[in-house]
Design a protein around this ligand. Structure first.
Ligand code: ADP
Ligand code: MG
Length: 729
């Protein structure tokens, strides 16, 4: 017997409580065990001698390479610490272009030259590994004969111990590269982009403060997700295989009543959240916020912001933990961008800012108005960068799954615009109206100082904007819940870095013509504000008017991935990545190929799964019910009932037939389109064919399936229904 909706519901109804034996909440306060499984400062101090500790710290802070000797010392310290905590294995932990995390475990245990069993781990093992990994996507960077990929230690992100059941593994964050050093992962380009924006920002900071010698990007993500009962999940092949429901009639009640948002958290979910937070805290992930989201069964979790590379690692690790912990609670976490039609999908807002070693958030207007020119510089440059590279930013969040979300009147539209808020709009208008000679600068600065404290004003929110200023940071709302934050963050760092480089040069050009520094800065900012005006939008991003208005302003609108991805390899983007040193042309094209290919595979899998569900589950159920009706009609007729008495049954029989026919013919057409798509010469043409020719049939099939779900006897319907998936908690 297949595991159907009914076995699932039975199982849930007959469960006596949930198996929560794993949930041993530490009785201590969080700050006592926070980071206990991280090889951070305290264990480093404890397990390294003092001089080595100081040397290692200094080297890591400078971003320099550790000598072999130091690496050996660190390795031994890490091993001792990890073994004291019960670890038996170590793993290089990395983020290949699948967007997920990967790890290959090796034991500390080995045999010495004379055959004696020992526990060993040295600088060599710490620094580099060759996990082969030829099955990871490489976008043609590796031909199969030299398919080896290498992982190399990234000392900027601390090692940690992953606890899985009784097992303990020391995980070492690494980058993943080809033999010749090309990035096969998300991490290396991110690290390069951080170095680049730092290099671009420091000279600009020196206009205002010569003490600045380090600038880092900060990221605070907000992770949305759904939870469903494990039994229901297993009874839905589409959820299991594709992570989303490919069909399913909307429940009469969805999110209309808005009674879920910020509502009380159901106890079972609350237990899950606490268990998850506990795991996060042990691993040094500073999660703080939890709440219900808009859709039934949807939740959110957010940490304190951190330096971007660490925040990215933490988000990737979190996504693994979410899945692992959910299984303990007989739940499954859905990270897909759009698990259910008809209710909100899930995003991952990326809050991005820049901060200095002097403790300044460069995007915070602060309380001292005299400092506003520095804030304004970074603020306007960010807007100008997003204006110039809007298509790239859109491309960086493009995926088959996120296509269901962007522009669907619940998530930001696929048109990139910037919301700066009322206060900043005033500031911009003041600058545009003012002169940039000495008197003008004075006046403008005077006006700026009268703008109310922006930090207090960040209640001024516009949820429909894809890119919004929220008082002391920009919030990128287009990122998908399942995506690796590194992609869009690498883009942000690179484009703002490029922009700051131009800014620095232009300001100096003005200065060399005899202008004062303030005059020069304000003149360039004024020019930038004028240039990026088309992308500034304070209104309703969901409205039809905005779509028309955006088109008039010449902004692009790429509602689907194959169209959006073109921006990745546009000449200005190639140039930006190459000049910044973040991605070579070859790497960029490889990453692009991986994205295109992922899109194709995603649609291929979905389309096949959909056809299978129709043939294996829906068509048989429809026929069974039709037969019941036909028997009934025949029996009534045998008893000389007239057509009036069998008319409604006949009507349902007919409607079932029509939908079966429509479904069957759409499945056939979908298959034919798939064959034609697969025969395309280039992968981008193939992706476009999947998008424009295959996908529309999936929508038609779903329409028929959902009508059948409406018509057919509930006790014959084999697929778990929307109301069950969303409301059983
Ligand atoms: P919401 O946007 O839901 O109202 P908040 O504004 O409180 O939530 O914060 C959302 C996220 O913004 C949090 O993850 C927080 O850490 C992050 N954040 C706050 N300040 C910064 C900053 N300077 N840089 C990056 N992220 C930040
Ligand atoms: Mg937010």
């Amino acid at each position: 017997m297949s595991f159907s909706r009914f076995s699932a519901l039975d199982l849930i109804l007959n469960r006596t409580g949930y198996d929560l034996e794993y949930v041993d909440q530490p009785s201590e306060t969080i700050s006592n065990y926070f980071g206990c499984n991280v090889f951070g400062d305290t264990p480093m101090k404890e397990y390294l001698d003092e001089t080595t500790y100081i040397n290692v710290k200094a080297t890591i802070q400078q971003g320099a390479k550790l000598s072999r000797e130091l690496a050996d010392d660190v390795a031994v310290a890490m091993k001792n610490w990890a073994m004291d905590k019960g670890a038996t294995h170590y793993a290089h932990w990395f983020q290949p272009l699948t967007g997920k995390t990967a790890e290959k475990h090796d034991s500390f245990f080995t045999l010495s030259n004379d055959g004696n069993p020992i526990e060993e781990f040295g600088g060599k093992e710490l620094a580099q590994q060759e996990p082969d990994g030829s099955s990871f996507p490489g976008g043609g960077l590796r031909s199969t004969f030299e398919a080896r990929g290498y992982t190399a230690w990234d000392p900027s992100s601390p090692a940690f111990i992953l606890e899985v059941g009784e097992g303990r593994t020391l995980c070492i964050p690494t980058i993943f590269v080809t033999y010749s050093g090309e990035a096969l992962d998300y991490k290396l380009p991110l690290l390069k982009s951080q170095a680049f924006i730092e290099d671009a920002s420091i000279p600009v900071c020196h206009f205002f403060d010569k003490e600045v010698n380090k600038v880092s990007c900060t990221l605070g993500w907000e992770q949305e997700y759904f939870l469903v009962d494990e039994a229901l999940y297993i009874a839905r092949p589409d959820l299991m295989v594709c992570g989303r429901t490919l069909l399913g009639k909307h429940a009469a009640k969805g999110q209309q009543l808005e009674d879920h948002y910020f509502g009380t958290i159901p106890e079972r979910v609350y237990t899950y959240m606490r268990d998850l937070e506990n795991e996060c805290h042990k691993l040094g992930i500073p999660v703080r916020t939890r709440h219900n989201e808009v859709a039934p069964g949807q939740y959110e979790l957010a940490p304190m912001f951190e330096e971007v590379n660490v925040a990215v690692d933490h988000n990737s690790l979190l996504m693994d933990l979410m899945d692992r912990v959910a299984r303990r609670h007989r739940l499954r976490v859905l990270l897909h961008e759009k698990p259910f039609a008809g209710v909100n999908g899930s995003g991952k807002h990326n809050n991005w800012s820049l901060s200095t070693n002097t403790g300044v958030n460069l995007l915070s207007p602060g309380k001292n108005p005299g400092k506003n020119l520095r804030f304004l510089t970074f603020f306007v440059n960010t807007c100008r960068a997003v204006f110039e590279y809007a298509d790239l930013l859109r491309a960086s969040v493009a995926s088959a799954a996120n296509d269901h979300r962007l522009g669907a009147n619940e998530a930001p539209p696929a048109i990139v615009s910037i919301y700066v808020g009322e206060a900043m709009t005033k500031v911009f208008n003041n600058i545009l109206a003012g002169n940039t000679d000495t008197e003008g600068v004075k006046k403008v600065l005077d006006l700026l100082s009268k703008v109310p404290n922006l930090e207090l004003d960040n209640t001024d929110r516009n949820r429909t904007s894809p890119f919004a200023f929220t008082g002391n940071k920009f919030e990128i709302r287009m990122v998908g819940s399942n995506q690796n934050c590194a992609g869009p963050m690498t883009v942000m760092n690179t484009i703002v870095g490029m922009q700051l480089k131009s800014f620095y040069k232009e300001v100096n050009d003005h200065i060399s013509k005899g202008e004062t520094q303030d005059e020069a800065i304000l003149a360039v900012l004024k020019q930038y504000i004028t240039e990026c005006t088309p992308i500034l939008f304070e209104g309703d991003g969901y409205s039809e008017e905005w779509r028309n208005e955006a088109a008039k302003r010449g902004l692009s609108n790429h509602p689907n991935t194959p169209d959006a991805l073109g921006a990745y390899i546009a000449p200005n983007v190639e140039k930006a990545f190459e000049q910044s040193g973040v991605l070579s042309r070859v790497e960029l094209h490889a990453h692009y190929d991986v994205k295109v290919h992922n899109y194709i595979l995603n649609l291929q899998i979905e389309s096949r799964t959909l056809a299978e569900i129709c043939f294996n589950q829906i068509i048989p159920a429809a026929i069974a019910y039709q037969n019941e009706l036909l028997i009934n009609i025949e029996r009534l007729k045998n008893l000389d009932f007239s057509d009036v008495h069998t008319a409604s049954q006949m009507d349902i029989v007919k409607r079932i037939s029509e939908n079966l026919l429509g479904m069957k013919s759409s499945i056939e057409k979908m298959r034919e389109e798939r064959i034609m798509a697969n025969a395309k010469d280039t992968s981008i043409d193939m992706a476009k064919a999947y998008c424009h020719n295959v996908k529309p049939h999936m929508d038609k099939i779903r329409l028929h399936a959902d009508r059948l779900e409406y018509l057919i006897d509930d006790k014959l319907w084999p697929l778990v229904k929307y109301r069950e998936l969303m409301f059983i908690r």
